[in-house]
Ligand binder design. Structure first.
Ligand SMILES: Cc1cc2nc3c(=O)[nH]c(=O)nc-3n(C[C@H](O)[C@H](O)[C@H](O)COP(=O)(O)OP(=O)(O)OC[C@H]3O[C@@H](n4cnc5c(N)ncnc54)[C@H](O)[C@@H]3O)c2cc1C
Ligand code: SF4
Length: 272
């Protein structure tokens, strides 16, 4: 396999982009991703916090210690993964991580692998979704994306500027992708609005180094309260309000997540 280290965005010409590699390397090792060329983008995407902009090369470790970003984002970074992983993990890569669904990781021929069924719906799904789980019941694992959704962040890429919600899409028979990123499109920066207050709460199976069973970010932005949830749908989930949890469609063994989400939403709004 070839490893390229381009010196500018103009030099990009195909290949699989890699930043910290905490997601790419295990997927290559397990044969889920395949590539002849890896393109290390660490030297060519922005890194660091400047005013209300965050370079996507900034690591979660740098962000968890930053006083220049809203509390919800800082806390989402602090509660993600382990210290070693946070040192390597870029915030851009975090937004694009794949599902942790065990069937998908074990290469079952499910819908997201181009197959004709969702094995989790019929099989083991304790950690799966409670919203939008008809076609794929995976639960989006990014704490950071839930926080950015509540914060109403915008993304700047090499091709467009978009609200973070538009980075994601629910998979269906016609298109099984869960993001709208085009081939070769590079995310460059995140832009945050003025945030009045924010909080992130996370339920985990362990107190440390665990993906969110349910993560709830709440933020007050321009007088409006926004709620972003992790671990409840195949994509980061914008909840219109606590009452929207009544519309959840849990699977037989995910109903407990609705109760957890209800409790965390209540606590997050109290804290806000
Ligand atoms: C054991 C473990 C536990 C974890 N726990 C949590 C957790 O609790 N909460 C949580 O939120 N996350 C968790 N993570 C996810 C972790 O935070 C991500 O793996 C990490 O942030 C990815 O960043 P990276 O720089 O290593 O990405 P890489 O592995 O380098 O890349 C990931 C993907 O993003 C693409 N990519 C990277 N940067 C760009 C860019 N700028 N533009 C376009 N495409 C890009 C790559 O091509 C690849 O598809 C965990 C990961 C592991 C392995
Ligand atoms: S939940 Fe999604 S990723 Fe998991 S088996 Fe079903 S279709 Fe595949």
């Amino acid at each position: 396999m070839e490893l390229l280290r381009p010196s500018s965005l103009d030099d990009l010409n195909g290949g699989l982009m890699i930043h910290g590699g905490t997601e790419v390397v295990p997927l290559l090792r397990d044969g889920i991703l395949k590539a002849d060329t890896l393109v290390d983008i660490r030297g060519i995407v922005p890194r660091g916090v400047k005013g209300n902009r965050i370079g996507v090369g900034t690591t979660l470790a740098e962000l968890e210690g930053s006083t220049a970003i809203p509390e919800a984002l800082r806390e989402a970074c602090r509660l993600a993964a382990s210290p070693q992983l946070r040192n390597m993990s870029s915030i851009g890569g975090n937004l694009l991580q794949s599902t942790r669904c065990w069937y998908w990781r074990l290469k079952y021929p499910c819908h997201l692998h181009g197959g004709d069924r969702c094995h989790a719906r019929e099989g083991e799904h304790r950690e799966h979704a409670i919203f939008a789980n008809d076609y794929c019941a995976s639960a989006h694992p990014s704490d950071v994306a839930a926080a950015l959704l509540a914060l109403d962040a915008r993304l700047h890429t090499t091709k467009r500027e978009l609200p973070i919600a538009d980075l994601y899409r629910l998979p269906d028979e016609a298109d099984r992708h869960v993001t709208t990123l085009e081939p070769g499109e590079v995310i460059l920066e995140l832009e945050l609005p003025a945030v009045e207050a924010s909080v992130y709460l996370k339920a985990m199976d362990r107190q440390r180094w665990a993906f969110p069973q349910v993560g709830v970010a709440a933020a007050r932005v321009a007088g409006e309260v926004r709620l972003g949830l992790a671990g409840v749908a195949p994509i980061p989930w914008l909840l219109t309000g606590p009452e929207a949890l009544d519309a959840a469609t849990p699977l037989p063994r995910t109903a407990w997540k609705v109760d957890v989400a209800r409790a965390l939403v209540r606590r997050a709004l109290d804290r806000l």
